[in-house]
Write a protein that binds this ligand. Structure first.
Ligand SMILES: Cc1ncc(C[n+]2csc(CCOP(=O)(O)OP(=O)(O)O)c2C)c(N)n1
Ligand SMILES: [Mg+2]
Length: 597
């Protein structure tokens, strides 16, 4: 069965702008007793067509798979295989990352014996009330298609279904096929045509004419329309269509984390980031807009600030997924972003209604980035922007960085801003950088990571060295979970359990990140200040390979410019006067937001 499965994977291709390419770029694998003998043996057999890569942590290898497909806008994907039990459940968080971000990854965890002969087999969790439950059931809520292969012939039905999900623009997300250990090794006479080469097409569903007509009517009536560009713009390859739509109609646009950089930052209609980490330009426009055209976005609370930022505006949502198009009682236009944007034409507005906002914010950013001392996260970003290639890719996921980068980063090329913010999963960064470097080996890749995220998951630094990729990790050390410390203070809380100094300790750990990264084979240096940082980045660019540049910043202050209110529930009852004050302010604010209809 495992041999049939791997052979099937090698026969799946996808149509891209640059021709037909194999859909699966390879398989990330950490072997154990649940997959080494079955799937492992099969992977060895197809190693020339479907390479297997060894990682150090199952979650991290899946992060690399996710970053790879995100960077290639879902055109190609990886499979990830693990042993049963801990190897499998290590991957569940990554499955959630893929699920939230609607990204195709094929998860192939080993599973218990279908025959149950050796039950309880090593690493089998036993359910007292249900013989069909295994550890892999944890994948169910984070898979778009889940199946347990308990007979070899089941893959005849399950693999085509898996491919259909992985390549469908609306259903797209992780697929989990839990492979019973004994079944992997079983023989079956599969029909030859099961292995016929198949070319998948990433379809572009057209919108219903009535929904298009509604959108045209809403656009014609709007006085102050604003477009939100989400990740769907990138997945649909609708960057040019979006810019042209905005230009044709004189409509300004702004960007979510996943949509950022679809159109370069300096496009005259680009107001930049929207939401809790948005620019003043975009957020002011959102507050005043009478029609929000949400293109390919999940309208998540933080990213778009949807409920609080534009409580009154009408929303028209263009999305391949009816699920997303129907949020906030929106005027739903279910269809591919590019197709819809190309199909719509209305009388253009005489002028852009947000004139001046963009330039004002641009000047604000200039000010934030310019100063050199002391080294803040924002100034590190400024220094990086001054030093790197216009076509470089920055990768980040959690901590203070996504907020600062969303507002301040000046993305010059599509795909130059790779932010995992659907799940904002700490530990994505280094492994994600590896995935991006594999996806686009000709672009410079910069991973931006906080000390907290780095400590949570750094193992794939060694894999990156081993695989000879080129990437530079910028490690911002503020001695703890700085952004959560600031959130704690903003909600009236006492500084507690976030910065190292505020956490229970007998001594503060003297973590030497340079020595740590160097021990895994990276070239690591510490920059003492912004000037030293710029020099270190310039050197890394010339050196190539895997570099780590560490710089200290301070955890207490974030970037105060830009931003919007975020709904973070504060206790109604507390002995602390600061918490009670924060709650009173919270209650006031709740009166102004879009309530559940
Ligand atoms: C896996 C995971 N656990 C917890 C969180 C919640 N969280 C978000 S940011 C953060 C702190 C990150 O610390 P660091 O990487 O040092 O960045 P900083 O906040 O200092 O900028 C935490 C705990 C998360 N996003 N992901
Ligand atoms: Mg930190």
């Amino acid at each position: 069965m495992a041999q049939a499965l791997t052979r099937y994977l090698t026969r799946q291709s996808v149509e891209t702008e640059s021709g037909v390419v194999p859909f699966f770029a390879g398989v990330w694998a950490i072997f154990g007793h649940g997959n080494v003998a079955g799937l492992g043996e099969a992977l060895y057999g197809v190693r020339d067509e479907l390479p297997t890569y060894r990682a150090h942590n199952e979650q991290a290898m899946a992060h690399a798979a996710i970053a790879y497909t995100k960077q290639l806008r879902r055109h190609r994907a990886f499979a990830c295989t693990t042993s049963i039990g801990p190897g499998a459940t290590n991957m569940v968080t990554a499955a959630a990352v893929a699920h939230v971000n609607r990204l195709p990854v094929l998860f192939l965890p080993g599973d218990v014996y279908a025959s149950r002969r050796p039950d309880p087999v090593l690493q089998q969790i036993e359910d007292f009330g249900d013989g069909t439950v295994t550890a892999n059931d944890c994948f169910r809520p984070v898979s778009r298609w889940f199946d347990r292969i308990t007979r070899p012939e089941q893959i005849l039905k399950s693999l085509p279904r898996a491919m259909a999900v992985l390549t469908d623009p609306a259903e797209c997300g992780p697929v989990t096929l839990a492979l019973c250990q004994d079944v992997q090794a079983e023989a079956f006479d599969y029909p030859e045509d099961f292995f016929a080469p198949k070319v998948w097409r990433l379809r572009r569903p057209q919108a219903d004419p009535a929904e298009l007509a509604d959108l045209i009517e809403a656009l014609s009536a709007a006085q102050r329309p604003l477009i939100i560009a989400g990740g769907g713009v990138r997945y649909s390859r609708a960057e040019a269509a979006l810019a042209s739509f905005a230009e044709r109609h004189n409509i300004p646009f702004c960007e979510t984390q996943a949509g950022k950089g679809a159109v370069p930052y300096d496009h005259p209609l680009n107001l930049g980031a929207i939401g809790v980490t948005g620019t003043d330009a975009a957020n002011r426009a959102a507050r005043e807009a009478d029609l929000i055209v949400a293109v390919g976005t999940r309208l998540q609370d933080f990213t778009t600030g949807s409920a609080a930022l534009f409580p009154q505006a009408r929303i028209a949502a263009i999305n391949t997924a009816a699920f997303d198009a129907g949020k906030f009682n929106a005027l739903a236009v279910v269809g591919d972003a590019r197709s819809v944007l190309e199909a719509v034409a209305v009388q253009p507005a005489p002028a852009v209604w947000t004139d001046g906002l963009r330039a004002e914010w641009d000047a604000t950013v200039d000010g934030v980035l310019a100063a050199a001392e002391p080294a803040t996260e924002a100034r590190v970003l400024g220094a990086l922007m001054r030093t790197i290639d216009d076509n470089a890719v920055v990768v980040a996921a959690a901590g203070g960085l996504p907020g600062d980068m969303h507002k301040l980063w000046r993305t010059k090329s599509s795909g130059g801003y790779h932010m995992e913010y659907g799940y904002s999963c700490m530990g994505y960064e280094v492994a994600g950088g590896l995935g991006v470097a594999l996806a686009e080996p000709d672009r410079e890749v910069y991973v931006l990571v906080g000390d907290g995220s780095y400590l949570m998951m750094n193992s794939e630094l060694a894999t990156a060295v081993m695989m000879g990729v080129r990437m530079t990790v910028v490690l911002i050390d503020n001695r703890g979970f700085g952004c959560i410390h600031r959130l704690q203070k903003a909600t009236g809380g006492a500084p507690f359990n976030n910065r190292l100094e505020d956490s229970w300790h007998t001594q503060l750990p003297p973590i030497d990140f340079v020595a740590h990264a160097a021990s895994m084979g990276a070239h690591a240096v510490k920059a003492d200040d912004i000037a030293g940082f710029e020099a270190a980045i310039a050197e890394a660019r010339v050196r190539g390979g895997v570099n780590v540049v560490v710089i200290d910043t301070e955890a207490t202050t974030g970037t105060s410019e830009g931003g919007a209110w975020w709904d973070v529930a504060v206790p109604q009852v507390s002995d602390s006067p600061t918490v009670s004050a924060a709650r009173a302010a919270y209650d006031q604010k709740l009166k102004t937001i879009r309530d559940i209809p």
